[in-house]
Design a protein around this ligand. Structure first.
Ligand code: SAM
Length: 195
C-alpha cells in the first residue's frame, strides 16, 4: 500500500531510473538520479566555450538539464546512454540534443558520425568503481580518445577518493567539491592532461 502511494507521487524519471536500477544494478551504479546540487556542481565548469560537450551515462538527464541551463547549446551537446529505455527517454526529454544508445567505449565513433573529431569537455556519470581495473582503463582511454588535448573530463563518484588513478593516465586532478544533498553523497572530480 505504502509502495503504491510512493509510486503514485514519484516523477516518471525516478520510476524509470528505479526500473533500470532493478534490472541492471551494476550498470546503473546508483539508487536515484543525480540531485540538482550534484548536477549543478557537475555543470559548474562547463559553459558555451567548453563545447562541444560529450555526456556519458546520462541516465534520466539530471546533469543534461544542468548543462543546458548553464548555457551549453543543445546542438553542441552529445549524449551516450547504454540503456535503450533511458536513451529513448532522453531523446524525448531533450529533442535538440543528439542522444546515442550505445557504449561509452565507442564514444569516438559516435562523435565521428556527427563530424566531431573530439570534444572540449566530457561529463561522465559512469559507475567507474563498479568496473574491473581493465574495464575502467578501457572506458577512461575511450574518454581520452574523444577528448581534445586541452579538454577537461568531469566525473562524480560516491567513494571518498579520486575515482581513477589519474597519474596512470597522465592526468592532473582537482576535486570540485563534495555534495551531501545527494543519495548517496558524492564528490566531483575534474581531470586535464598533464602539460
Ligand atoms: C549513475 S547512473 C546515471 C545517473 C544520471 N546522472 C542521472 O541523474 O540519471 C549511470 C548511467 O550510466 C549508464 N551506463 C553505464 N555503463 C555505461 C556505458 N558503458 N556506456 C554508456 N552508458 C553507460 C547507465 O545505464 C546509467 O544510466
Amino acid at each position: 500500500m505504502r509502495l503504491c502511494k510512493v509510486m503514485a507521487i514519484a516523477k516518471p524519471a525516478h520510476l524509470l531510473f528505479f526500473r533500470s536500477m532493478l534490472l541492471n544494478p551494476k550498470s546503473m551504479g546508483a539508487v536515484a538520479p543525480s540531485s540538482s546540487r550534484l548536477s549543478e556542481l557537475m555543470a559548474s565548469r562547463v559553459d558555451a566555450a567548453s563545447a562541444p560537450v560529450l555526456e556519458i551515462g546520462a541516465g534520466t538527464g539530471a546533469i543534461t538539464q544542468a548543462l543546458l541551463k548553464g548555457s551549453v547549446n543543445p546542438e553542441r551537446l552529445f549524449v551516450i546512454e547504454r540503456d535503450p529505455k533511458l536513451a529513448a527517454f532522453l531523446r524525448h526529454r531533450f529533442p535538440r540534443v543528439r542522444v546515442c544508445c550505445g557504449d561509452a567505449i565507442y564514444s569516438h565513433r559516435f562523435l565521428s558520425d556527427h563530424a566531431i573529431p573530439c570534444v572540449r569537455t566530457v561529463v561522465s556519470s559512469l559507475p567507474l568503481r563498479n568496473l574491473s581495473s581493465v574495464e575502467m582503463a578501457a572506458n577512461v582511454n575511450a574518454i581520452l580518445h574523444a577528448l581534445a588535448d586541452e579538454g577537461q573530463f568531469i566525473q562524480y563518484t560516491y567513494g571518498s577518493g579520486c575515482p581513477i588513478p589519474a597519474w596512470r593516465f597522465g592526468l592532473e586532478v582537482e576535486c570540485l567539491g563534495r555534495v551531501w544533498q545527494n543519495l548517496p553523497p558524492a564528490s566531483v572530480w575534474r581531470f586535464v592532461r598533464r602539460p
